[in-house]
Write a protein that binds this ligand. Structure first.
Ligand code: SF4
Ligand code: SF4
Length: 350
């Protein structure tokens, strides 16, 4: 143990270990949070939550944008970051903290929202994804049942890394909506960062809603108050997003044959976007989607590639010069493939 464990030292180690952004939040910012989302029940002695952001490189989205390579984004933009890269970085930081006599509790991204609804902490939309919710019970009077879920966008806000946009996605001044998060809790007394107070990133332009295939509402909103600040965002239909981003719409998925889901009574209408699937239909469709994806890798196909919430928002924020990660040329280089007329002439390479 050669140097005192300070916030600056932890941040330096986190960056050297591979995190793109690091922020530290005070646990008191969770005062008033639903118990099921309150990480103080995971480590009651924790004094800080450390937020790590891992950029999704812009090129990971190129294949979805051009409509010619779809498996890289879920493989590299989801699975690799969540399952391989971030856990390795967390371990480095945890070991460093524990070499200084404090504990580090890892909170990695498992690609879901747990057995609770998005913000209020009651068993909700995602309960049906998790068999465990049927059996889970509190093990101590007054405490929440396991697993307590650290809501990642809220945690990133608590750590001062940026703001939550109207799209529901977290926006940072470095990468906009292009990052994934991991966290760790520690009893080390680290100086917290302030909540993000930089220039506003989301200007309610509506590009996310306009490009989303139907999961984000342009009129209905939900609000949540965190650390005294109220955040308002579009009301997201999580089941429709699950259906659409995972390749359920023919307009998003060039691999889908017309006969897909003929075994569902309303399959053709769902495939064309004429009818929104019910939760039960969505779950059934998820079971069928693997047949229509070129390289199943255990992660969701993510065919939407965040068309509205990531790509449209990123294009908007980049065009405004709001992001510090800059490029020589704009992301969108030609008319998007999903807007081409049916009889469009051949498009030569530039
Ligand atoms: S696309 Fe516009 S409205 Fe939507 S989150 Fe981004 S900046 Fe906000
Ligand atoms: S992933 Fe696609 S369907 Fe889901 S909110 Fe984003 S743009 Fe909409």
């Amino acid at each position: 143990m050669s140097e005192t464990l300070t916030a600056a030292v932890v941040k330096r180690i986190a960056r050297e270990s591979g995190a793109d952004l690091v922020g530290i939040g005070a646990m008191e910012r969770y005062e008033g949070a639903p118990k099921a989302f309150d990480p103080r029940y995971i480590f009651p002695e924790a004094k800080a939550i450390i937020g790590l952001a891992f950029r999704i490189p812009r090129g990971y989205l190129r294949g979805n944008e051009e409509g010619t390579l779809f498996y890289q984004y879920p493989a590299m933009g989801y699975a690799n970051i969540n399952e391989v890269y971030a856990p390795a970085v967390i371990r480095e930081i945890v070991c460093f903290i524990e070499d200084h006599g404090y504990e580090g509790v890892p909170i990695r991204n498992f690609g879901g929202t747990g057995p609770h609804s998005d913000f209020d902490g009651t068993p909700g939309a995602d309960a049906e994804f998790s068999r465990s919710v049927r059996f889970t019970r509190p093990v101590r009077p007054g405490w929440p049942a396991p697993d307590v879920y650290v809501h990642f966008r809220i945690a990133a806000f608590v750590c001062g890394l940026g703001e939550i946009g109207f799209s529901n996605l977290f926006l940072t001044p470095q990468f906009g909506p292009r990052q994934r998060f991991a966290f760790l809790l520690t009893d080390a007394p680290l100086e917290p960062d302030p909540l993000y107070d930089g220039p506003a990133l989301c200007d309610r332009c509506g590009c996310c809603v306009a490009e989303c295939p139907g999961a984000l509402s342009g009129t209905e909103t939900v609000s949540v108050t965190v650390a005294g600040r109220t955040i308002e965002m579009s009301k997201l239909d999580p089941w429709y997003c699950a259906f659409a981003y995972a390749s359920g719409l023919s307009e998003l998925n060039p691999f889908l044959p017309p006969e897909a889901w003929d075994e569902l009574p309303d399959g053709r209408r769902i495939l064309s976007g004429e009818k929104k699937p019910t939760k039960q239909e969505t779950m059934k469709i998820w079971g069928l989607l693997g047949k229509y994806f070129p390289k199943p890798n255990g992660y969701n196909p993510a065919m939407c590639g965040g068309r509205g919430c990531i790509r449209a928002c990123m294009i908007h924020l980049e065009s405004q010069g709001k992001l510090s990660n800059r490029f020589e040329s704009p992301f969108r280089k030609r008319r998007p493939w999903w807007r081409l007329p049916a009889a469009a002439p051949p498009d030569p390479l530039p």
